[in-house]
Design a protein around this ligand. Structure first.
Ligand code: CAA
Length: 384
């Protein structure tokens, strides 16, 4: 077992960490307050190869391994979870399923546009009445010659309003449950495809979240991703990628809280001493560090399995479950260390605290992760 990063992984870490500190961090708070998605930063990240991290060179990607993919999510998340969310969706929920399930033509057509940052992608699975249970979706796709006609609504879709390409799931056989769902590649501008932005979110305000409306939206047959009626497996396989980067982003955000708290605790004077010298503050910092380190190891272990091409649903869900809960505990302590100042939007920990909350909800709640882990351990599914 080797716990050291390779030379390449260390260089990637240095580059993305520098970029995050110099380009993303200085504007993160302002973008959060204005609910502004900084497309210029997204383009610069793409220019450095970071919007195609694990995608092979032949499709315009950087050809990095999965631990490097996690490191990039971590370092972006260390300063700005909104941009980390956009990164996760672009790479893990759109590019990786295209790479894994797409045919050669689809990969050549779409991947270079996405990895270069020219196009943004989104993943349309959730519906108003189908969240934890996506197999109960009602969006439908009916065959009509060489097209499918899609009708339905998707909600809570990261990047919906800014996406050029959406992977949308719809029922192609209404009576077949998860075995009657198909994934479609839908380009922006397709007639019958529209979006609406969602506002007033607790966190991730600088990332776009929206709804997708499909109204007699005609999608050519060749835009089926994977096979007809095999879309549920595409969705689940995709979430094994997405949950991995969510977990890595949580480790980064926890590290970001630790960075900020260490600095603050050393300069904040109470009772005539820096609060960093008080045992109860050190205890909180120590707990934050231990939890963050534990989460990082879980993420890298899942990444190691992905690098080997081995099954990793169990390890990915363990990492997602632990890290998403962990970052909430860490962000809570970060506010505690800041006292009343932590309650103010003038301090970054307030944003980290709000941004942490989504992680136990999206890409499968903590309870869904527990049931995935439980089902694998016990060989009994809770739902069927
Ligand atoms: N990889 C490949 N296939 C998988 C799989 C995986 N990880 N997990 C399940 N499958 C397959 C199963 O093998 C099964 O196929 P077979 O019948 O051929 O064996 C099929 O999928 C159905 O599996 P289950 O019976 O286990 O499915 P289920 O309906 O009982 O529920 C679930 C499974 C775990 C609850 C799943 O529905 C789930 O993950 N729910 C949460 C959904 C979710 O995460 N939504 C978030 C959407 S993304 C988002 O948040 C928006 C955004 O923009 C970020």
């Amino acid at each position: 077992m080797d716990f050291d990063l390779t030379e390449e992984q260390r260089m990637i870490q240095e580059t993305i960490s520098k970029f995050a500190k110099e380009e993303i961090a200085p504007v993160a708070s302002e973008n959060d307050k204005k609910a502004h998605f900084p497309r210029d930063i997204f383009k610069k990240l793409a220019g450095l190869g970071f919007m195609g991290t694990p995608i092979p060179h032949e499709y315009g990607g950087a050809g990095f391994d999965y631990i490097s993919h996690a490191i990039v999510a971590e370092e972006i998340g260390r300063v700005d979870s909104s941009m980390r969310g956009t990164y996760s969706v672009q790479v893990s929920l759109v590019e990786l399923p295209l790479l894994k399930f797409g045919n050669e033509e689809q990969k050549r057509k779409y991947l270079p546009k996405l990895t270069s940052g020219e196009w943004i992608g989104c993943f349309g699975l959730t519906e108003p009445n189908a969240g934890s249970d996506p197999a109960s979706m009602i969006s439908s796709a009916e065959e009509d010659g060489d097209h499918y006609v899609l009708n339905g609504q998707k909600t809570w879709i990261t990047n919906a309003g800014i996406a050029d390409l959406a992977i949308v799931y719809a029922k192609t056989d209404k009576d077949a449950g998860p075995k009657g769902i198909t994934a479609f590649l839908v380009e922006k501008g397709t007639e019958g495809f529209s979006t609406k932005d969602l506002h007033d979110k607790l966190g991730l305000r600088a990332s776009n979240t929206g709804e997708i409306y499909l109204e007699n939206c005609r999608v050519p047959n060749e835009n089926i991703l994977g096979e007809l009626n095999k879309g549920f497996k595409v969705a689940m396989g995709t979430l094994d990628f997405g949950r991995f980067t969510v977990a890595a982003g949580c480790v980064g955000a926890a590290q970001g809280c630790i960075d900020i708290c260490k600095e603050y605790a050393k300069q904040r004077i109470q009772f005539g001493k820096p609060i960093a010298s008080f045992q109860l503050v050190q205890q909180m910092i120590a707990d934050m560090v231990v939890e963050c380190e534990a989460g990082r190891l879980l993420v890298y272990r899942a990444g190691h399995l992905k690098n080997k091409g081995e099954p990793n649903t169990r390890e990915t869900s363990i990492a997602k479950y632990y890290c998403s809960e962990m970052v909430n505990r860490v962000a809570y302590k970060a506010i505690q260390i800041h006292g009343g100042y932590g309650f103010s939007g003038e301090y970054d920990v307030e944003r980290f605290y709000r941004d942490a909350r989504i992680n136990t909800l999206y890409e499968g709640t903590s309870q869904i992760q527990q049931l995935i882990i439980g089902a694998i351990e016990l060989e009994i599914r809770a739902f069927t």
